[in-house]
Design a protein around this ligand. Sequence first.
Ligand code: ATP
Ligand code: MG
Length: 479
Amino acid sequence: MDIPKEVKDIMQALEKAGHETYAVGGCVRDLLRGIAPKDWDVATSAKPEEVQKLFPDSFYENTFGTVGIKTSDADKTFSVVEVTTFRIEESYSDKRHPDGVKFTKNIEEDLARRDFTMNAIALASQETKKIIDPYGGQEDIKLKLIRAVGDPERRFAEDALRMMRAVRFASELGFSIEPSTFEAIKKNSAWLKRISQERIRDELEKLIMANGAPDGVRLLEGAGLLPYIMPELQEGVGVDQNLHHIYNVFEHNVRALAYAVRKKYDFVVRLASLLHDVGKPRSKRGEGRNSTFYGHDVIGAHATEELLKRLRFPQKTIEKVALLVRYHLFYYNVGEVTESSVRRLLKNVGPENIEDLVRVREADRIGSGVPKAVPYKLRHFQFMVEKVSKDPISTSMLAIDGNDVMRILESGPGPKVGLVLNALLGEVLEDPKKNTVEYLTGRTKEFGSRAAEDLKKYLEMKEKKIQEEEEIMKKKYYV
Ligand code: ATP
Ligand code: MG
């Protein structure tokens, strides 16, 4: 159990100047668990100005007394050590922000404001390796218990996010939540309403990336926190499915996530797996073996978008997760799936997202608990994707472009140019052999002779027909 030299140097410089100094928080917890900490937090009796004077290179990160000090660490696992002055948080009248921050000279007072006993242990740099552990954190780490420092209900009243942090740590560390701490969460879960979506999002992201994420999501549900984080996912609790499934909607979603976690897929694929059937509760018709969920892909994509927007995820994340949810039912039955339908899917999903879409589909299949023996169908689908991968799937890949269209029609720019290009694309998606200057020139003349309004209606009708055909196919396989 050792503090790395770069961190020790900083701590010892502070100690030499007469300031009491400790490593605290997650790094000490990880060290005691025999795991290499990913970052280092140092607490000191020195005021921020005094810390800055000792380290001229340092930067003051915020107004809460944290000074960042760059380390000499060569492989950059911890390029910055955060040094924070011992502090007491005063009362939290709004259950999320302390009304004020007061510095103190007393490490015990600093430890008292921390969330869980395992996070409230201080470790000195001196050779004595002095440990200050007023709340039995070391014992709780041995017992693998997450226990609030002091009275759990009071601590959650101060900052309701701590309830979610308890579940997040449980998922990351494989610990359980000590019973009275857990009871306090269950009783007061609604306090989470007062916490900003950004703080909730950051904890959720860590939870989803944890190895214990599936149990973490179940625990959010069991603790009553889920309705204040992802109410759309909560809707699936207890909603039974049909003959294709043995789990209810919520459990199936969680099991799809479990597959994505086992495969160590990225955040977007994990989230899309967890949310892929989020539209089922709202689309369920009938009961029992023959109940149906028509349209749950479209409903689910909308719900996903709303949910992730509310949590202030970046636009790119929102769009991709919603896209994967929207198309997770893509059709890939050998013999029935046509090359043109694969081209249309590529156009809608984007070739760059196909691999992730297949991952989500596989998560869906394995997460059903009764995976039919069809992996070869997916392989066949991937073969089809490969086969059509060079075919044109966007107007920019057509043999003629907007300028050609204007030249052929002897017209200037306007909405009609785009409509003609889309009409041409429709034909080329059907049959890529039609992507020649000669053929498209002829078709441009024909489409160009129609009024723009007319052309628009024609395109909409065609699109509707394709969708209806796909809907009929999907109905047979909507699971
Ligand atoms: P990790 O960085 O691995 O997620 P950590 O324990 O370092 O875990 P941080 O969120 O970085 O967690 O917080 C550092 C320390 O600050 C915690 O160990 C805890 O002592 C304290 N802390 C953080 N957030 C809170 C909070 N909301 N309430 C009370 N103490 C907190
Ligand atoms: Mg940390």
